[in-house]
Design a protein around this ligand. Structure first.
Ligand SMILES: C[S@@+](CC[C@H](N)C(=O)[O-])C[C@H]1O[C@@H](n2cnc3c(N)ncnc32)[C@H](O)[C@@H]1O
Ligand code: SF4
Length: 435
């Protein structure tokens, strides 16, 4: 039997065990506004996600939803997002928003070009009780733009530096060199953001341990507060994914990545950083830059996803379709799924493992059930093999547990992203997607 089929069968078995369902079936059902409003009101802490699907050029490895920036499309997009904000304003009914993340694509493509108008609408219509987290591209971070970001209320800034050696930047087709990107990060570090994060990719073709070691020391010298260090994932629908002809040895890849990550981990720990998620290290005492891990959120823009208690839904990916649906006063939602309580609990655990530390009392508060009763059998076993410390309330993953549990999670995430995003990228109004 081909290995892809075996993987699918294993995934389905695990899904059934944890969620009680045969499969996760996304359909083109649009949740009714009343249901969305009721769910929003039932949530105590809700986050806001805004997707900006534009980049000045497309990187060959990137799985995110984006297209090349154009003034005309951006202008229409901004108008559409503002209309979407106004629509949600009624459904939010004064609910306060406790976290705000602007991701992409490259959100800073819209800096000075209308991002401000979207933010004005958001701050006018929503009760924002939080600061802004935003992703940016190194080439957008002139002094002027950094001050503009601060003036907008950005306190948490992330820069995709990707690599700190010219040969790797070239291979990734990034439009800057090591010298330039270091100057840019230093400039941003001098602006006193609450948390300055950089994204760095390792396990690149031909990369040596010595190179990763050197790059990690360099990152720390630049004055950053946090680094998110990801191995290079190859999503089949990206150019890099398509270029992989040989089947790679999954186990070998996992052990190689573990070796790289161990080097990165040791250097960060030795320099006053602590782990803040599976891949991220934050300077002790700094509030972390965080992206996707709030338990409930509302998503705006093309491919914006919303997770509201028992419903998850996602907007159409294609920018033109998103704009048109909003202009026509129809819903931009492409697919949705209803989640049973068991599936919600499994999803909760999935994201808390990603964060590497969580409280059982938060689980109790969210589901009114005992964490130990639902998952105690697993935490006990995982403690026995040294994957986590299982306290009365706090569960903390060990470094060993962090790595291997996440490798296990990747077995799902990469496949799900491929199926859901891959399908919605080619068919903006797909009838259903089964995970
Ligand atoms: C939305 S982008 C960041 C902002 C900005 N667009 C940029 O490129 O600088 C998010 C980050 O995800 C990471 N990323 C993208 N594709 C990846 C892949 N295939 N494997 C690992 N990390 C990846 C990169 O570090 C990238 O900077
Ligand atoms: S990595 Fe950043 S700049 Fe490159 S395509 Fe992805 S979102 Fe755009």
């Amino acid at each position: 039997m081909p290995s892809d089929m075996i993987s699918d069968i294993i995934r389905k078995k695990i899904i059934r065990r944890f969620t009680g369902e045969k499969e996760i079936n996304f359909r083109n059902n649009i949740p009714h506004d009343d249901l969305i409003a009721t769910n929003i009101q039932e949530i105590s802490k809700i986050g806001l996600y805004l997707h900006i699907p534009f980049c000045n050029r497309i990187c060959p490895y990137c799985p995110y939803n984006k297209e090349i920036y154009s003034d005309d499309t951006a202008h229409k997009y901004i108008k559409a997002v503002i209309k979407e904000v106004e629509k949600y304003a009624g459904l939010m009914a004064g609910k306060s928003i406790s976290s705000f993340y602007i991701g992409g694509g490259t959100p800073t493509t819209l800096l000075g070009k209308g991002l401000e108008d979207i933010l004005d609408a958001i701050y006018k219509h929503f009760n924002m009780e939080c600061y802004i987290h935003i992703e940016s591209h190194p080439n957008h971070l002139s002094n002027e733009n950094l001050y503009a970001l601060k003036a907008l209320g950005v306190k948490y800034l992330s820069i995709g530096i990707e690599a700190l050696q010219d040969r790797h930047l070239k291979m990734l087709e990034r439009p800057y060199n090591t010298y330039e990107v270091k100057k840019i990060v230093e400039r941003a570090a001098g602006k006193n953001f609450e948390c300055l994060n950089i994204d760095y990719i390792f396990d690149l073709p031909g990369q040596t341990i010595a190179e990763v070691e050197q790059a990690t020391y360099e990152m720390i010298k630049l004055g950053i507060d946090q680094a998110a260090t990801y191995p290079l994932f190859r999503f089949p629908y990206t150019r890099f994914g398509k270029e992989v002809t040989q089947k790679r040895n999954v186990v070998k890849t996992m052990f190689r990545r573990r070796k790289f990550l161990k080097v990165i981990e040791d250097i960060f720990y030795g320099s006053g950083f602590e782990r803040s998620s599976v891949w991220a290290f934050t300077q002790k005492g700094t509030k972390k830059y965080c992206s996707v891990t709030v338990p409930s959120y509302l998503g705006l823009g093309a491919s914006g996803g919303s997770y509201l208690n028992d419903i998850f839904y996602v907007n159409t990916f294609k920018v033109a379709e998103y704009i048109q649906s909003i202009e026509n006063e129809s819903s931009p939602i492409a697919l949705s799924v209803n989640l049973s309580e068991k599936a919600q609990m499994a999803g909760w655990l999935y994201w808390r493992i990603y964060e590497t530390i969580f409280r059982k009392s938060d689980f109790k508060q969210r589901f009114n059930r005992s964490f130990d009763k639902e998952f105690g059998i697993y935490t006990k076993q995982l403690k026995r093999i040294g994957f986590l410390n299982n306290g009365r309330d706090i569960v903390r993953l060990t470094d060993k547990g962090t790595y291997w549990l996440h490798a296990f999670e990747d077995f799902f995430s990469i496949d799900y992203i491929n199926k859901l995003w891959g399908t919605l990228k080619t068919n903006p109004w797909s009838e259903n997607v089964i995970l």
